[in-house]
Design a protein around this ligand. Structure first.
Ligand code: AMP
Length: 421
């Protein structure tokens, strides 16, 4: 063991190295495919925005904004924040460019929240997600939920629970809110130490509190679903009907609220039952029909979701699915004549679209063959002094008992194409 390194990744962050990173590539590829199939295009937004984008978008009183945001002043004196989530950024971009609607986009990348690090909870975590702006049709809600569901299924996850609720809208939420305030007012002494004094600031948040005391009170709280106005009630009914029509199972959770303020109407969360911990949410989303206006744009109904990549991979481990992708290497060149042949052959193979790697450092035949074997390559191409003189290579199959044969150096590409398809 050497001296311990002086620098480590910051608390709450992780390095993702090969071969684990192959899974990340495969996961993002899978998401890109599922989203692309449904007409969603990739959107790339900055990792940081003006603080106000999130303060107004996500909500000043939310934990995400008030306690967890990475804020800084840039060298020009502007207040900036690393994005704690994507939706507000995507909406900011929508308002800036006014694309034609419906505007359907997907994304992936890191988000930052100053949380207490623990299993499945990081300060830099990664999400995949979609946003669909410009339609209030319940079928868009169904499409978005179905897309998330199809993605989880494509990874092989099965032990999932889709929790669904409606949070109403600007018309019916006030009546619900005042019923909730009345209820909480009568039980405030029983709330957790934090909410006992702060519940009035954002009463909905009490329903989201994980503390035993708040949960006990929340169990008897009135439900938004009982207060929906007619249009919200019709929307809710149509979403449920649509999900039933395409056979996506859901559980109505009248107490489901989410940590961000901008949600209206359909709200959902997906829990991975295999995780069996407090950190079992592998994704969530919902409608945010008022957010575009709140950020200064035209009234634009919208819906989206974000799924946590780290949590999804933990769920995959817990279910024993979506194993690390194997090596994609076709050929490994072993050259004991100095390396010129390895250089020429690997580059020729790569130019021809055949993946290839080689050893460095003029190592022995045995050492190079060991590396070839570990690389996962299907075949080793071996060049010794005799092969170099004869213009040939030894072709040795590493994953089958076909043994070894000598072939003409000029035929390497065509032969591998034939064999590897
Ligand atoms: P949210 O934007 O809070 O609804 O989060 C959406 C999803 O991102 C959650 O369901 C988690 O899967 C994931 N997520 C949120 N916060 C974290 C975190 N601090 N660490 C890891 N994953 C997270």
């Amino acid at each position: 063991m050497g001296v311990s390194p002086s620098f480590q990744a910051p608390a709450g962050t992780r390095d993702v190295l090969p071969p684990e990173s192959a899974r990340w590539e495969a996961l993002v590829d899978c998401f890109a495919r599922v989203a692309g199939q449904a007409g969603y295009g990739l959107v790339l937004t900055p990792l940081f925005e003006e603080v106000e984008v999130f303060a107004r978008g996500v909500g000043e009183s939310t934990d995400v904004v008030s306690r967890e945001m990475y804020e800084f002043e840039d060298r020009g004196g502007r207040r900036m924040a690393l994005r704690p989530e994507f939706t507000a950024s995507v909406v900011r971009a929508f308002i800036q460019y006014r694309p034609t609607t419906p505007w359907k986009v997907w994304y992936w990348g890191p988000a930052f929240r100053y949380e207490r690090p623990q299993a499945g909870r990081y300060r830099q975590f990664h999400q995949v997600g979609v946003e669909g702006l410009g339609s209030d049709e319940p079928h868009l809600d169904v499409e978005v939920v179905a897309l998330a569901w199809r993605f989880y299924r494509a990874l092989g996850l099965t032990r999932l629970r889709l929790d669904l609720n409606s949070l109403g809208d600007g018309v019916c939420r006030p009546a619900y809110r005042s019923a909730l305030v009345d209820f909480l007012g009568s039980r405030s002494a029983e709330l957790c130490s934090e909410h006992r004094d702060r519940w009035q600031l954002n009463p909905l948040r009490v329903l989201d509190c994980k503390k035993e005391e708040c949960r006990a009170v929340a169990a008897g709280a009135p439900h938004q679903l009982d207060y929906l106005c007619q249009p919200c009630s019709d929307h809710w009914g149509a979403v449920l009907e649509g999900l039933q029509a395409i056979k996506i199972p859901y559980v109505v959770q009248p107490r489901l609220v989410r940590g961000l303020d901008y949600y209206t109407r359909t709200t959902f969360e997906v829990a991975a039952e295999a995780l069996g911990t407090a950190q079992d949410a592998v994704g969530g989303g919902g409608r945010y029909d008022g957010l575009v206006e709140a950020l200064g744009g035209p009234p634009t109904p919208a819906i989206g979701f974000s799924l946590g990549i780290e949590r999804i991979l933990l769920a995959c481990d817990a279910e024993g699915v979506f194993a690390s992708a194997g090596s994609e290497l076709a050929a490994f060149v072993v050259d004991v004549t100095g390396g010129a042949a390895a250089l020429a052959i690997t580059e020729e193979l790569r130019e021809a679209g055949i993946s290839a790697d080689r050893a460095f450092g003029r190592r022995s035949l045995r050492a190079q063959l060991r590396t070839a074997d570990r690389s996962g390559a299907a075949v080793a191409l071996i060049v010794g002094p005799e092969e170099a003189a004869a213009g040939t290579v030894q072709l040795r199959w590493l994953r089958s008992d076909r043994g070894q044969e000598e072939i003409d150096r000029a035929k390497v590409v065509s032969r591998l194409r034939e064999e590897l398809g």
